[in-house]
Design a protein around this ligand. Structure first.
Ligand code: ATP
Ligand code: MG
Length: 445
């Protein structure tokens, strides 16, 4: 993509309404624009990262055997009256009346809707287990929307729901989600720690939240520092294996890690003092097992092996897709801007032409640009007339992990410069070698 043909409305000034770094950089890098309080338009650069995050989630859900689908954003109040949540949900629910005076609402979550789909179509234990999910816009009329996409009113969320015959099966689904979420966040360059949490309005007994440690996080967290040394890495796992999923769950949840909602001072004191940490965290996901809460209220039953009608065991599982952009930036930035992890970067690398108008430099940039595209990569080529300093500042702000800098002086010696955004280290090498190195980094060589 040539920058001269792209839409990247970067801001020089720091917007005064933004209190935390991720919000500031998302506005300055032209990723989002507020439409009204807690509601944002996703400009091209922000939209690209949103799509990358979404794709990682889809890939990891597929790996775990979960089925994608899509439900509407507007629901009828009737289903929520059946579950008893219409009145219980409170002021966070955006309630709408249609022209026929019917009560509707903008979906804050979808347990009722999916349970309705299930009960209309599934009647036998033979059709279980079943896990379906969607990535869809949600609305919660938050009392204090703030920090940009971190606490929006409209936000993008992955929500998944499992249906199982027995509690054991449903707990396996729970464990499977925990494992797949660990992989999902790591692919985004994040360490998200599963912590014992409180279930809130979703209900249920078993629940873990995934937290990214960051000073600006809204949750207070308490943990054993050993937990930050755990890595899921690229280990192969059989998601159908109860033992394997259980083992991962135990490995990642046996050490003390809790949010303030469930914190237990006496238990925490048993952690050796030098490993006790109190910090702040951003909740980027949560998993729940809630048994037959919705299936009993809404009559979602199946016939078991003996022909008895039994309510199914359920759980639900959420990832804050739009919040993740903020969380990733909070975890990965410096005073010049964002530093995208390679897994979610909007463009794979930047190309900066130091001397627009110089025929040789332009030809070299065009060639590098075309070579990267031919490899299936997505570079951003700054072909504008800005001064070199301004071009570097924009590249640093928008956070592309790699930059190839091309200028007449280097070209005389047959070299360009390849710079890492994270370390700031540069090396000079021939244009073809720079392209090869980028290809290797992204595994397309
Ligand atoms: P919170 O405690 O932050 O209000 P929650 O526990 O009510 O969140 P869940 O119902 O668990 O939220 O939703 C799943 C995920 O959706 C959360 O882990 C979070 O990452 C994200 N999320 C929830 N509310 C918002 C919001 N207002 N803006 C952006 N993301 C949100
Ligand atoms: Mg939650």
């Amino acid at each position: 993509m040539r920058l001269s043909r792209y839409f990247l409305p970067v801001l020089k000034e720091t917007p005064s309404e933004a209190q935390i770094v991720s919000h500031r950089y998302m506005l300055r890098a032209g990723m989002i624009k507020q439409a009204s309080a807690g509601i944002y338009s996703w400009l091209p650069l922000g939209f690209k990262v949103l799509r990358k995050i979404e794709n990682i989630i889809h890939e990891e859900q597929a790996r775990a055997g979960h089925i994608p689908m899509l439900m509407p954003t507007i629901q009828s109040a009737d289903l929520w009256r059946e579950s008893g949540r219409y009145d219980a949900y409170g002021a966070e629910m955006l309630r709408i009346t249609d022209r026929h005076d019917r009560d509707m609402l903008f979906t804050p979550t979808a347990e009722e809707l999916i349970t309705d789909i299930f009960r209309a179509n599934v009647s036998s234990y033979r059709d279980l287990p079943l896990t379906m999910y969607q990535i869809q816009w949600k609305f919660r009329d938050e009392i204090r929307p703030r920090f940009g996409v971190m606490r929006g009113r409209e936000f993008y969320m992955k929500d998944g729901y499992n249906f199982d015959l027995t509690k054991e099966d449903a707990l396996h689904a729970y464990n499977r989600h925990l494992v797949s979420y660990l992989r999902t966040y790591e692919r985004m360059g994040l360490q998200a720690i599963p912590m014992r949490a409180d279930s809130g309005p979703i209900g249920g007994d078993d629940t873990h939240e995934f937290l990214v440690l960051a000073e600006t996080g809204e949750s207070e967290v308490f943990y054993d520092s050993e937990i930050t040394e755990l890595k899921f890495g690229d280990r192969e796992i059989d998601y159908d294996s109860v033992e394997q999923c259980q083992a991962v769950l135990e490995e990642f949840t046996s050490r003390y890690a809790r949010t303030d909602e469930t914190h237990d001072e006496a238990l925490f004191d048993q952690v050796p003092e030098e490993r006790r940490r109190t910090a702040r965290g951003i909740e980027v996901g949560q998993i729940f097992y809630f048994g037959t809460k919705y299936s009993e209220a809404m009559g979602a039953t199946v016939s078991d092996k003996d022909g008895n009608q039994v309510p199914v065991h359920m759980g639900s599982h959420g990832i804050g897709v739009s919040r993740l952009l903020g969380a990733i930036i909070e975890a990965s930035h410096d005073d010049r801007g964002i530093i995208w992890p390679e897994g979610v970067t909007p463009f794979h690398c930047g190309i900066v032409n130091l001397k627009t108008g110089d025929a040789e430099a332009e030809a070299a940039c065009d060639k590098i640009h075309a070579a990267l595209i031919a490899l299936g990569l997505d570079p951003l080529y700054d072909d504008t007339n800005e001064r070199a300093g301004a071009k570097f500042a924009t590249m640093d702000l928008i956070g592309l992990p790699w930059r190839i800098t091309v200028g007449p002086r280097g070209l005389k010696n047959g070299v360009v410069e390849l710079t890492s955004r994270r370390t700031g280290e540069s090396e000079e090498l021939p244009p073809e070698a720079a392209v090869a190195k980028i290809a290797e980094i992204y595994g397309v060589a």
